[in-house]
Design a protein around this ligand. Structure first.
Ligand code: NAI
Length: 339
């Protein structure tokens, strides 16, 4: 079997899981190289998983002629630069979301991707590959809820992870670019329309530490789409019961909800607290299947010489909307897009 030989950059909270998936769960992929500025992370995966090449310098990894593709799971501020370098060096590229953290760099990344049409480029909006989200999309396309006109999204990180989020804040792009961007991508996908106007609010209700980064611990946005559909988005970092990703899509003839109770599994515990359903603890648990499925799709696209469903423009459009949310939140004003 032909295998796609991959070099990964970024071995942090998510990158290490991607590395493990590529190494052990994608039959037609091989993890040949790993890179991180943290030497111990590189040594750890090399030692434990037998990865042939290790680097602390991304540019050095690109000189390895045993590679076919580069997988980018580094900090968000690094994505655009690394996408450009990797495409110019002749590799297929997968990049984690967000595409970038400002409009200048994402537009430049789009130009670079378009100059390399012979290469597969894919962005990590993994929710589109989650079985439930994909099923909901199919149902909408089959007309199960008529014409969708409202989407309500909750994207809540567990409060247990808040310390990491504070430390990560400087490089994350903020609440809307870092978290709400997944929901923004889903809204565009389900509603089939782009944003027209955005109004976002939020504050530091529990963790003033985010103020230093001009960020909020909880925020919400109301978005009007070009087809007049409504988007209601709530993103937060202080969820007491776990990782709560919930989406409701309301149409002219019905509605769909995904993840209303973010339950861990089908077990209900009956005890002195009542009937208890435990909740998923974080993104690695909730989207375990989707993280494998998206990488499998990337690898299949390379082997079958076709383009994936998530393209660079999804990165540009979602960044544009998330950036408008950030601007609206920071300036406390209604922001119109494409003006
Ligand atoms: P992290 O901070 O835990 O890890 C970042 C990794 O990148 C570290 O290994 C660090 O050493 C490495 N790195 C940073 N700059 C580098 C450079 N110039 N050269 C080489 N290595 C470099 O971050 P985390 O949480 O793993 O997030 C990584 C990316 O994944 C972010 O862009 C984030 O937005 C995205 N993400 C996506 C999720 C999803 O659900 N799709 C969930 C969590 C994160």
């Amino acid at each position: 079997m032909k295998k796609v030989r991959i070099g990964i950059v970024g071995l942090g909270r998510l990158g290490k899981k991607h590395a493990e998936n590529i190494a052990f769960r994608i039959p037609n992929a091989e993890l040949v190289a790993a890179c991180s500025i943290v030497k111990e992370e590189v040594e750890d995966v090399q030692r434990n998983w037998g990865i042939k090449y290790g680097y602390t310098d991304f540019s050095e990894m690109l000189k390895n002629d045993e590679l076919d593709a580069i997988f980018i799971a580094s900090s968000s501020t690094e994505h655009c630069r690394q996408i450009e370098e990797a495409l110019k060096a002749g590799y297929h590229v997968f990049s984690e979301k967000p595409l970038g953290v400002n409009m200048e760099e994402v537009i430049r990344a789009k130009e670079i991707v378009e100059q390399h049409q012979d290469k597969v480029f894919m962005l990590g909006f993994m929710r589109r590959y989650d079985a439930s989200y994909a099923y909901a999309k199919k149902k909408i396309e089959e007309g199960a809820i008529g014409k969708p006109f409202l989407i309500r999204c909750y994207g809540l990180d567990p409060v247990k992870a808040v310390k990491g989020a504070i430390a990560f804040s400087e490089k994350s792009g903020g609440l809307f670019l870092d978290m709400a961007i997944h929901d923004i991508d889903l809204a565009r996908w389900y509603l089939g329309s782009e944003a027209k106007s955005v109004y976002a609010v939020g504050s530091c209700y529990a963790y003033p530490e985010f103020k230093k980064y001009n960020d909020a611990d909880n925020g919400a946005a109301l978005i009007q789409f070009q087809n007049d559909a409504i988007g209601m988005f709530y993103a937060g970092r202080t969820c007491a019961h776990g990782y709560h990703i919930e989406t409701e899509i309301i149409g002219t003839e019905g509605s769909l909800r995904i993840g209303t109770v973010p339950q861990k599994n089908l077990v209900t515990i009956f005890d002195e607290k009542g009937a208890v359903q435990e909740c998923v603890s974080g993104f690695l648990e909730r989207f375990e299947q989707a993280y494998v499925a998206e990488v499998q799709e990337f690898v299949n696209c390379i082997l079958e010489n076709r383009k994936p469903g998530v393209v660079v423009d999804d990165g540009v459009k979602s960044t544009e909307i998330a950036y408008a949310c950030k601007e609206s939140f920071e300036k406390n004003k209604l922001v119109f897009l494409n003006e």
